[in-house]
Design a protein around this ligand. Structure first.
Ligand SMILES: *[C@@H]1O[C@H](CO)[C@@H](O)[C@H](O)[C@H]1NC(C)=O
Ligand SMILES: *[C@@H]1O[C@H](CO)[C@@H](O)[C@H](O)[C@H]1NC(C)=O
Ligand SMILES: *[C@@H]1O[C@H](CO)[C@@H](O)[C@H](O)[C@H]1NC(C)=O
Ligand SMILES: [Ca+2]
Length: 512
């Protein structure tokens, strides 16, 4: 009896074991399916767009600069040696958001200024709208700068689920007042800081801290089953005005105050990126995140940043204006820890992100899917870049790279707009009275015919147009081919209706 009972017990135990085993097996199978599912999910994309960060303003190009977080990302990821953007904030953002060269969508001329009754054309479907097809939750924290004269132009109407930041070009980090980066400031001023559609009361906290905190909050609350697109146009280093002892102390040997502050701002920006990474790690999203860091244009020559050894500055068609620091980092990248020398353009990141999301980019985009280059270092399919084609009279200028050759024709600078402003001898003056020498310098309109061989002469020191007339004219012909597709620039007039004074001093849509 006792034995029988024992054997029953044993049987019970065995059958319980079998149940438990079956249960564990089922759990394992579900976990496997879940993991497998996760693998096929598109990655989270964190795209940090620095503002006016020059070629020489980052640790991997300049050992003086202390950007340890970004350096580590760079060394664990891929450093891109030949990434091109546009020479100014707005055109670069337009190219990134649409995948088109700015000249094909009317965004080639200057940047959107306050009072300008236009923006990125509304018929264009932009990156976050496209990412919605793959279930992405899209956020923008930072500087929009693609127009705000009507709510239709603003981020929440263009595929972003949240917006925290400023509409315009340049907002003071402490008082959140936006003003033209040129003289006679008193003529135009406006408060420019919103949380979605609402105006944020200024509590005096500096913008980088607030932006970073918002990015961290969004990540910390993100529902991980959905892929996230975090677009963080960080508004640094150029629009700084945040100086902390903590960062200036990193540069005791830099004697020039302005330079030390610039370097300190670079380290501040680096720290902000560190907080974003920490948040992604704590939320368990880091392993599935592709992080892209890229500057929106070269450093301006009236700031402390530099593009050395490259020629020129932001707003110009020279390499210094358009070839910028860029890196990518993520577990999905197969080949890492090296410098990638393949040609790529900001529009390519548009197409590449779409492809990673499993969305077929439209065939007529200028952007090319370069994931093979990013992930495995394969040769880039891109052999050519149209730097810009601007056909507005005094600013007529264009440049193109084909292989190692580059042609610049007409005006290599894009600052004529400020010159135009000055002509309306009236309510909004700027340009000639500028307290800013560098901008004043652009007032002489140049008309150049340059040919450079960028492989032999990446610093654009030797114009070889006369030495290689056939190459020169072949490149001009190629440019003329592209000219057939130029879409006239959007309305760049300035209208009084856009004056924030009409809206209680706050930059507000509703006047176009
Ligand atoms: C500053 O210069 C001194 C003397 O050349 C050097 O020992 C020190 O390491 C430098 N400090 C930094 C932070 O570069
Ligand atoms: C990066 O580009 C420069 C030309 O500006 C070139 O001299 C250098 O060799 C490139 N680096 C690599 C690793 O290809
Ligand atoms: C610039 O130079 C080219 C060739 O020398 C000439 O055809 C063109 O008219 C000039 N443009 C301006 C705006 O001076
Ligand atoms: Ca910029």
């Amino acid at each position: 009896m006792k034995e029988a009972a024992e054997s029953r017990d044993t049987e019970n135990i065995f059958s319980r074991y079998r149940l438990v085993t079956a249960f564990l097996f089922a759990v394992a199978a579900i976990m496997f399916i879940t993991l497998y599912d996760k693998k096929t999910n598109p990655p989270h994309i964190v795209l940090i767009l620095a503002d006016d960060l020059g070629w020489n303003d980052i640790g991997w190009n300049n050992l003086q600069i202390k950007t340890p977080v970004l350096d580590k990302l760079a060394y664990e990821g891929v450093i891109f040696n030949q990434t091109y953007v546009q020479p100014l904030c707005t055109p670069t953002r337009a190219a990134l958001m649409t995948g088109y060269y700015p000249f094909r969508i009317g965004m080639q001329h200057q940047m959107v200024l306050p009072f300008q009754p236009s923006g990125l054309p509304l018929h264009l479907k932009i990156l976050p709208q496209k990412l919605k097809q793959a279930g992405y939750i899209n956020h923008i924290v930072g500087k929009w700068h693609l127009g705000y004269c009507n709510w239709e132009y603003t981020p929440l109407n263009r595929g972003f689920d949240s917006f925290y930041g400023s509409f315009s070009n340049s907002v003071n980090h402490n008082n959140k007042i936006s003003q033209l980066p040129i003289s006679d400031h008193s003529k135009y001023k406006g408060y420019d800081f919103r949380d979605n559609t609402g105006v944020v009361q200024n509590d005096g906290q500096p913008l980088t801290k607030l932006f970073t905190q918002r990015v961290v909050d969004i990540i910390s609350n993100h529902h991980k089953d959905y892929p996230m697109f975090m677009y963080f146009p960080i508004n640094q280093p150029s629009k700084g005005s945040e100086v902390y002892e903590k960062y200036t102390a990193l540069y005791p040997n830099v004697t020039d105050d302005q330079v030390r502050q610039w370097y300190a701002t670079l380290s501040l920006m680096d720290d902000a990126v560190g907080h974003v990474i920490d948040a992604l790690k704590s939320r368990g999203m880091w392993e599935e995140t592709l992080l892209i860091f890229i500057s929106d244009n070269g450093a301006f020559d009236f700031m402390e940043g530099t593009n050395l050894p490259l020629r020129g500055a932001g707003t110009t068609l020279f390499e210094g204006g358009m070839r910028v620091p860029a890196i990518a980092h993520g577990k999905m990248i197969k080949k890492t820890g090296y410098i990638n020398n393949e040609l790529n353009h900001i529009t390519d990141w548009h197409s590449t992100i779409l492809s990673l999301a499993g969305i077929q980019p439209e065939p007529d985009l200028d952007g090319i899917n370069i994931w093979g280059t990013v992930s495995e270092g394969k040769a880039s399919a891109r052999n050519e870049i149209v730097y810009n084609i601007d056909e507005i009279d005094e600013c007529r200028g264009a440049a193109l790279r084909l292989g190692d050759w580059k042609v610049i024709t007409g005006n290599p600078g894009l600052m004529c707009r400020f010159l135009d402003l000055n002509k309306q001898d009236g309510w909004l003056q700027s340009g000639r009275h500028s307290d800013n020498q560098a901008i004043t310098d652009f007032q002489s309109i140049s008309n150049v015919s340059y040919l450079f061989n960028l492989k032999e002469d990446p610093e654009e020191r030797h114009n070889v147009a006369e030495k290689y007339p056939e190459v020169f004219s072949a490149l001009l012909d190629r440019l003329n081919e592209y000219r057939k597709n130029v879409v006239p620039a959007i309305d760049t007039s300035l209208v009084k209706e856009g004056n924030p004074e009409n809206y209680g001093g706050v930059l507000t849509p509703g006047w176009c």
